[in-house]
Design a protein around this ligand. Sequence first.
Ligand code: DAH
Length: 334
Amino acid sequence: MIQEIEQLIQEIQQLNINSTEEAESIRVKYLSRKGILAQLFSKIGTVPASERAKTGAKLNAIKQLLQDKIDTLQHSLSETTAQFDFDFTLTSKPFHYGKLHPLTLVEKEVIQIFEHMGYIVAEGPEIETDWYNFSALNFEPHHPARDMQDTFFISLNPDVLLRTHTSSVQVRVMEKERPPIRIVALGRVYRNETITARANCLFHQLEVLYVDKNVSMADLKRDLLHFAQEMFGKHTKIRLRASYFPFTEVSAEVDISCTICGGKGCNVCKHTGWVEILGCGMVDPNVLNNVGINSEEYSGFAAGLGIERIAMLKYQINDLRLFFENDIRFLQQF
Ligand code: DAH
């Protein structure tokens, strides 16, 4: 009997069950009422009393082993069928695609235009020191121009602030690199402004900086005109109006011919035919000297554009707050 059991164990270990039919015939052969195991159980009385308990336990273990084998097979077969257990002819559920935020779309486009002109993307921190945001940019300590930018200071330390413009990145780049420098820097800027349709305490700017030997206003006009025409269409014109920024001398504001009426006059351009898009100028020699670039040898131009302003013109949006409210009805339109 013991021998028979040992043989049976070996036999079972080698069993390979591959289909439900095989599983069923194995079950009948070994586990049914007249199966091999039942027969062995019925012969247990012939085993010497001292061996009986051990033999019974062995037979039970074999029974379990077989049952496990059959169960595993059935489980794996049922999983395979479950994979295909649906109706391929059903129509799918509607799929909602995500969209890029309009500001992101504009940012990507603006960056690409400048990259094609040979500009490299630079970055700077949003938490800045007075040096990078103001002093190095030729804002004198008590210069009223500091008040033009309502600064958020961080804690009580007047030296640490949220940058009010991306011009701070100019200083960071010029301190590290030597000319020729041709960069654009994009990012968030912060000002303590009341939130209205035209102003927000957080917005986005793109800074443009080109420093090399003999850089002139002609270079500035060429690159900004190219940008405006790429962004708003090739018939777009630009005009420069004299302005003031502490870090540029001369300084100008740039208008483009109105994208809505083509210059004829409409609500958007307040019937002037022109809309303002950016500030710019020749980098003030003091700024170059502050960062250790010889202003006798080098010159440069800089510009700062508001991303929201460009997006508003491009998509004819008349309320700045829409960009920040994340209203899905607005965002879905881009
Ligand atoms: N930083 C200015 C602002 O936020 C914008 C600006 C004007 C940037 C002239 C420039 C520039 O680089 O040349 O108001």
